[in-house]
Design a protein around this ligand. Structure first.
Ligand SMILES: [Zn+2]
Length: 428
């Protein structure tokens, strides 16, 4: 066999990119490592264990680790999601989801159709294990066998993918949700096969709101529609879980309306930031400071970024477009977050339109008058803000959808706080 063939076989077994495997192999062969030893080494690197000669170990799900070699597990199939990916230049359908036994659950990726469905009890023989997102994942490749078990494996998890929006997490696959489409827009993006149309927007159910993308636009997905999606997968998008509809997702219209949660969960700033990002959250706190880049600003007409002195970081000298924005440091005593108000909300707190702001700046011959005006209104006051919180290496930002001064009397709130302490005292 040529290196190419070895690489092909290994890549398929391990479920990793062939070119990467080939590079690793060639690197070892260049140092006169025998081919079988080189293959073993590459297998170990990609979590495939000892490979060919080593027999798989029969394990409980909770004991599966990426560095313990190939495994055999007997488990219940919780979910099966289908997805098409580009693998070695070809379109390939993979199946993904979760398996469980009495000890725990584990994600899997199957590189071919083994014919199992949610609810089936199976023995998966000789699966390789790799680490995915910090957790072990079973990889069912060409050398894996799947046998149906007559005796059901008892598990404490729900079988099938039915889920609420609140329960979805990035990495989930083969999930089913019943939702109302709150917002939807059609967009053209540069896909891997050139320009392609997608739908994106916001979904809601009784537990939460989440953004979604439909990669294969369907006529049923319109604003206000109550729908059941089967076989969606979840990705992280700007720090929050996002529901993805693939070509394998089925969409059906529900006869009963979906009860939608109107309010956002109210959290402390520390709890919201600690969650790593939330699509829809409500915070109450004080504005400590209005940051630079607030008030009357200019944006690049090409990319929408805020520009300084007519210079865009990406597009050089451009003819900026005027806009209004506020970036406020918001604090509730537990942590701080930067709250960003768009043009509409900024007009509300400024008490004037973009035209009014430009007029004021022209009269004063200084844009700062607008910023100062906004700061005077906001700093030191308490507000309720609702919106989309993203947390990344640059900090925590909340894009506000609602922003208003709290009306409740601080003294009354202090009494409420005391009351709730009292309640806890009684129940304890
Ligand atoms: Zn630009």
């Amino acid at each position: 066999m040529q290196v190419d063939d070895h690489a092909e076989e290994l890549a398929s077994d391990l479920g990793v990119d062939k070119e990467e495997v080939k590079r690793d192999l060639q690197n070892l062969l260049q140092y006169s490592v025998p081919i079988e030893e080189a293959k073993q080494s590459v297998r170990r690197k990609h979590g495939g264990g000892g490979g060919g000669s080593a027999a798989p170990t029969t394990k409980d799900v909770a004991d599966v680790t990426p560095d313990g070699g190939n495994v055999t597990v007997t488990a219940r199939v919780l979910t099966v999601g289908e997805r098409s990916i580009r693998y070695q230049g070809e379109e390939r359908v993979i199946r993904e989801g979760e398996l469980a036994d009495a000890t725990g659950k584990i994600s899997y990726t199957a590189w071919q159709d083994f014919g199992f469905e949610p609810g089936d009890s199976v023995t998966v023989g000789n699966a390789s294990v790799r680490e995915w997102d910090g957790k072990p994942e079973l990889n069912l490749g060409e050398s894996t066998s799947v046998a149906m078990e007559a005796e059901p494996v008892e598990v404490e998890y729900d079988v099938g993918g039915d889920s609420t929006l609140l329960d979805l997490e990035p990495g989930d696959r083969g999930r089913n949700v019943e939702v109302r489409v709150l917002e939807v827009e059609r967009r053209t993006i540069d896909g891997r096969d050139g320009e392609t149309e997608i739908l994106s927007g916001v979904l809601a159910d009784g537990t939460a709101r989440l953004p979604f993308t439909d990669w294969d636009p369907r006529d049923e997905v319109v604003e206000g529609a109550d729908l059941r999606f089967e076989n969606v997968y979840v990705r992280e998008f700007r720090g929050v879980p996002s529901v993805n509809l693939s070509e394998f997702t089925t969409v059906s219209v529900l006869s009963e309306p979906v009860a939608v949660r109107d309010s956002a969960p109210r959290l402390s700033v520390a709890a919201a930031v600690g969650s790593g990002g939330m699509f829809d959250v409500e915070l109450v706190g004080n504005v400590l400071e209005v940051r630079d880049g607030s008030g009357l600003i200019e944006r690049c007409p090409e990319c929408g970024r805020v520009i300084q002195n007519g210079q865009c970081r990406s597009h050089g000298a451009v003819d900026g477009e005027d806009d209004l924005r506020v970036k406020a440091i918001f604090d509730d005593g537990t942590d701080t977050v930067t709250v960003v108000l768009d043009d509409g909300l900024t007009e509300e707190v400024y008490g004037g339109t973009l035209a009014d702001a430009k007029e004021a700046a022209r009269e004063a011959m200084n844009k700062e008058v607008v910023t100062d005006d906004v700061a005077e209104t906001l700093v030191g006051r308490e507000f309720r803000v609702r919106g989309n919180l993203s947390v990344d290496e640059y900090g925590a930002n909340l894009d506000a959808t609602e922003f208003e001064e709290t009306e409740d009397d601080p003294a009354e709130r202090a009494r409420d706080a005391l009351d709730s302490v009292g309640d806890e005292g009684v129940s304890a």
